[in-house]
Design a protein around this ligand. Structure first.
Ligand SMILES: [Zn+2]
Length: 61
């Protein structure tokens, strides 16, 4: 389980917005980017967020 205290000091790499834990992802409150968590480590890479966001868009269409 990801330590929630970590959320106090990590921010969105894109816009420096606050991140919210949602299931196995961190979601930026500001730009809605979604970042995966792997082995309890948040993967705060724009590249990863883009992949996920693209997948979500495909599923919605
Ligand atoms: Zn953001």
């Amino acid at each position: 389980m990801l330590d929630k205290e970590i959320l106090d000091f990590i921010v969105c790499p894109k816009c420096k917005g606050d991140l919210k834990l949602e299931g196995e992802f961190l979601i930026c409150q500001n730009c809605q980017s979604k970042y995966p968590i792997k082995d309890d480590i948040p993967i705060l890479l724009e590249e990863e967020a883009q992949k996920i966001n693209q997948n979500i868009k495909k599923e919605e269409v």
